[in-house]
Design a protein around this ligand. Structure first.
Ligand code: FE2
Length: 263
């Protein structure tokens, strides 16, 4: 079996700049061109507006460049972090309007899919919507709430995060569009989530999402659909922390996928 490539985050120089090779910038340019075409008819209007605002170029942006733009729209910024961080660190960054984002990019051999979130996923998938006020406010408030939870509850709160921020769908003009960063940065899932007859698409009922298990390495068998970004904002009012605690007293829905085999 081929050994899996191990990614490391880029060390920043004294000015906070990450330096990328020609190949790395080419990978970004290739992904950007391909994905911009794919999202055109399948992504939410607000996301596409954000893509225009961020005005990505053919080289990997620095996190501080994206921060400068987001700041003027919603007060958010991007924080370079290693690929995997502890839930407490993750939510505390959100609570401070800092979006945790890896700064390495996938190798050409893994151009179509990597399991780890790379800089393309973080900046192209997530950051455009951080220019949108209700979406950005949801992330901020969700982070603040999750910080009050113990680690077990924080892990449960990830489910709701997963089915909204990572793999959420939205209804716009009676059509299904994508707004989750995991979908928007994926070559295959952007088509599958919006157009395929295979997955189930359910209205977002927060408790249902909290009772739904997920796997990170497959196309999602279930998506939750919101009617508008205000639905996310309203979600805070129904106290997702309390709901996550209550969800432990309810059964999970039967998983719609096989258990992941150990590598
Ligand atoms: Fe993500």
């Amino acid at each position: 079996m081929k050994k899996k490539h191990v990614y490391h985050s880029k060390t920043l120089d004294k000015d906070g700049t990450a330096h990328y090779s020609h190949t790395e910038n080419e990978t970004w340019a290739f992904l950007l061109k391909r994905q911009k075409e794919l999202v055109k008819t399948r992504a939410s209007k607000e996301y596409l507006k954000g893509v225009e605002i961020l005005n990505f170029e053919d080289k990997i942006p620095q996190h501080y460049e994206i921060t400068d733009i987001l700041k003027s729209h919603t007060g958010w910024g991007v924080e370079p972090v290693p690929a995997l961080i502890q839930p407490e660190k993750f939510f505390s960054l959100l609570a401070n309007k800092r979006f945790p984002a890896a700064n390495f990019i996938r190798i050409p051999e893994e151009i179509d899919y990597i399991e780890e979130p790379d800089v393309f996923h973080e900046l192209f998938g997530h950051c455009p919507l951080l220019t949108n006020a209700p979406y950005a406010e949801f992330m901020h408030q969700y982070g603040k709430l999750a910080l009050k939870a113990d680690q077990k509850t924080q892990m449960r709160m990830f489910r709701l995060f997963w089915f909204t921020i990572e793999f959420g769908l939205i209804k716009e003009d009676n059509l299904i569009k994508a707004y989750g960063g995991g979908i928007l940065s994926s070559k295959s899932e952007i088509i599958y989530s919006v157009e395929s007859d295979i997955p189930e698409r359910r209205p977002l009922i927060p408790m249902d999402a909290l009772r739904t298990k997920f796997r990170i390495d497959i196309l999602q068998p279930v998506y939750f659909v919101i009617e508008s970004y205000d639905d996310l904002f309203k979600l805070i009012a129904v106290d997702p922390l309390k709901m996550a605690q209550e969800s432990f007293f309810m059964e999970d829905f039967p998983a719609k996928f096989e258990k992941r085999k150990k590598a």
